[in-house]
Design a protein around this ligand. Structure first.
Ligand code: SAH
Ligand code: SF4
Length: 381
């Protein structure tokens, strides 16, 4: 756990670091050196940053830290998936999951952007947890850095040998409701002289916060994934409250205009399959009609159950039928195998114990602009 009186330099961008160094009487060229230690070497001990000069090392040691979230729990699944429960300075927690590729080297790190979520998608375990707060840039970035620590992945390796080859912002929370912090973290993550993740290897998933979608594309250039899950407003309204504010037509329009799309760079439409609700061939046909003029690929996710969830997983046969149909029509539509189920690390199963009272949830929802009739979120414990 970090020293709470010290200021964390992780999450500061180059301009912030320049301002900080100027304040303690250091020259701007030191930014590049410090950056290299923090983000290329992954160093946390200022006294070992030999190129910085003795005075600067001492000043940094006196008032600053290069912090990491605390690993409160580290679980490993039989399939190699690893889930960390990370604790932040104020005692809140969020989960980060590492999913190694089955056949190749490398793997994806799934990071969280909020503690809990203001949205209450009916199928999502995170959605049953009352939002506590947005994560700050150093906490979003800290998940990546803590995972690199745990996997022994410093200094930043070249692309070919990376254990964390991809980052998916698909953990707890709605990333586009915490856009400023997300953007800052992503820009640091993509910096070539540091953590050096290519924007092509980063995917942000949103439930459909339409006004923020163009900004994400223009300002970060990362890949976009949409949690679509339904092909009619009627069903989407029922399972994803955000659809009432930004219905399908608006969402598809934002997708159509996402910057930089091509056949080589498609939007991923995540499609959660719920037995008897959205798993028929008629649904598959309607899905293709919706994405007709958008470079698209699909990710079919059979519903991952959690205790008390009000849905069922469709049979493998019906998921396959759906997938085959999309393939026949020329689309990539793999079925996402649930990973790390034994440690509740699969999509929609993340949840930390941080909760806050319902009043604050209602307030957070109002701030997020989500108007919906009151309902009691399903409880899992
Ligand atoms: N809030 C963002 C980012 C979280 S991504 C979003 O919703 O896109 C988490 C992904 O897991 C989303 O596609 C979500 O819809 C999906 N998911 C949620 N609950 C699930 C469940 N029980 N089974 C399978 N996938 C689920
Ligand atoms: Fe929030 Fe995404 Fe879960 Fe919906 S699916 S409740 S937006 S984390």
């Amino acid at each position: 756990m970090s020293d709470r009186t010290a200021k964390d330099v992780i999450g500061l961008d180059r301009d912030d670091l320049a301002a900080l160094l100027a304040k303690i009487g250091e020259k701007p060229f030191r930014v590049k050196q410090l950056w290299h230690w923090l983000y290329h070497q992954g160093a946390t001990d200022f006294s070992l940053m030999t190129s910085l000069g003795k005075n600067l090392r001492q000043s940094l040691q006196g008032g600053f830290i290069a912090g990491r979230p605390e690993i409160a729990r580290d679980q490993q699944s039989v399939d190699g998936t690893r889930k960390w429960l990370l604790g932040f300075d104020d005692g809140n927690e969020a989960e980060t999951v590492y999913i190694p590729d089955m056949d190749e080297e490398g793997g994806a790190l799934c990071v969280s952007t909020q503690v809990g979520c203001t949205l209450t998608c009916r199928f999502c375990h995170t959605g049953t947890q009352l939002l506590v707060r947005n994560l700050e840039p150093h906490e979003i970035l800290g998940q990546f850095m803590a995972a690199r620590d745990a996997l022994g992945e410093w200094p930043t390796p070249t692309d070919a040998t990376r254990k964390i080859s991809n980052v998916v912002v698909m953990g707890m929370g709605e990333p586009l409701f915490n856009y400023d912090a997300l953007k800052k973290a992503l820009l640091i993550l993509m910096d070539n002289e540091g953590l050096a993740m290519s924007r092509r290897r980063i995917t942000v998933s949103t439930s459909g916060v339409v006004p923020m979608i163009p900004k994400l594309g223009e300002e970060t250039g990362v890949n976009l994934a949409i949690s679509l899950h339904a092909v009619t407003d009627d069903l989407r309204d029922r399972i994803m409250p955000i659809n009432k504010k930004y219905p399908l037509a608006q969402l598809m329009n934002a997708c159509r205009n996402y910057p930089g799309l091509s056949n080589a760079r498609r939007i991923t439409f995540e499609y959660l399959m719920l037995k008897g609700l959205n798993d028929s061939l008629a649904d598959a046909k309607e899905l293709l009609r919706l994405v007709k003029d958008i470079p698209a690929k699909f990710n079919l996710i059979p519903f991952n159950p959690w205790p008390g969830a009000p849905f069922e997983t469709p049979s493998l046969d019906s998921v396959k039928r759906f997938s085959d149909y999309l393939f026949e029509q020329g689309y990539s539509a793999p079925i996402r195998r649930p990973r790390g189920q034994d440690i509740l690390a699969a999509c929609g199963q993340l949840r930390s114990e941080s909760v806050r009272e319902r009043q604050s949830l209602a307030k957070a929802r109002r701030e997020a602009g989500i108007l919906e009739e009151p309902h009691a979120p399903a409880s899992s414990d």
